[in-house]
Design a protein around this ligand. Structure first.
Ligand code: DX5
Ligand code: ZN
Length: 221
């Protein structure tokens, strides 16, 4: 697949030098920068907030793909938009009014994404598909990097590909969790066009980033 997009997750980067890490992975060929925001409540881990997103903004000219694992998300959408997010993705379980939240993201001038947990059915997006620019399928339970890919999510990716194609809208179909050169192929075969990679992108440190991203692209070529 020639137009595969790779969105490295900085959750697996060296947090002591995050700016350099974002610059290095950008130079290595990242198409987007995936930023995992966790609140210790919606998921059992705590990461970063909008101030860090703002601080990182000048280290990459690629879109910031911000994955919000926080509840509620609504009070923070504007802050992440102003901090430099380009895509803001939310989980349906994070608030009572998914459609309204997606409208808010769009009104902030950003691309709106919906994230489906492993147990969340693809029909969760059926009646909001006209407000969606990206659908993110979790192939792990959110909260931590380095988990094992769940093949049970592949039929969901295929079902979403059919829904997207029927909609006629330009919607990215992204997969997040356990993506490696070994699992990437199945994601793309099921219909995904964008892959998040944490461990697979950042393993080995900066000198390995070009090879890491090339291995992912080669796996689906
Ligand atoms: C987990 C995050 C993922 C994570 C993926 O909740 O949403 O983006 O960084 O890490 P890997 O690629 O190591 O599974
Ligand atoms: Zn993520």
């Amino acid at each position: 697949m020639s137009n595969l997009l790779i969105s490295p997750s900085i959750l697996s980067a060296d947090f002591a030098k995050l700016g350099e890490e974002v610059a290095d992975i950008t130079t290595a060929g990242a198409d987007m920068i995936h930023i995992d925001v966790m609140d210790g409540h919606f998921v059992p881990n705590i990461t970063i907030g909008p101030q860090v997103v703002r601080a990182l903004r000048s280290y990459s000219d690629k879109p910031f793909d911000v994955h919000l694992m926080i509840a509620p998300a609504d009070p923070y959408l504007e802050a992440f938009a102003q901090a430099g997010a380009d895509i803001i993705s939310i989980h349906p379980e994070a608030g009572p009014h998914l459609h309204r939240s997606l409208q808010t993201i769009t009104q902030l001038g950003k691309k709106a994404g919906v994230v489906l947990n492993p147990s969340t059915h693809e029909t969760a997006i059926e009646h909001v598909i006209d407000c969606v620019d990206l659908i993110l399928v979790m192939s792990i339970n959110p909260g931590f990097g380095g988990q094992t890919f769940l093949p049970s999510q592949l039929p969901k990716i295929a079902a979403l590909r059919t829904m997207i194609d029927r909609s006629g809208r330009k919607i990215l179909l992204e997969v997040d969790g356990g993506v490696t050169p070994e699992t990437a192929r199945a994601c793309i075969d099921a219909g995904a066009d964008t892959l998040v990679a944490g461990t697979a992108a950042f393993k080995g440190g900066p000198s390995a980033y070009v090879a890491n991203l090339a291995a992912l692209k080669a796996a689906v070529a």
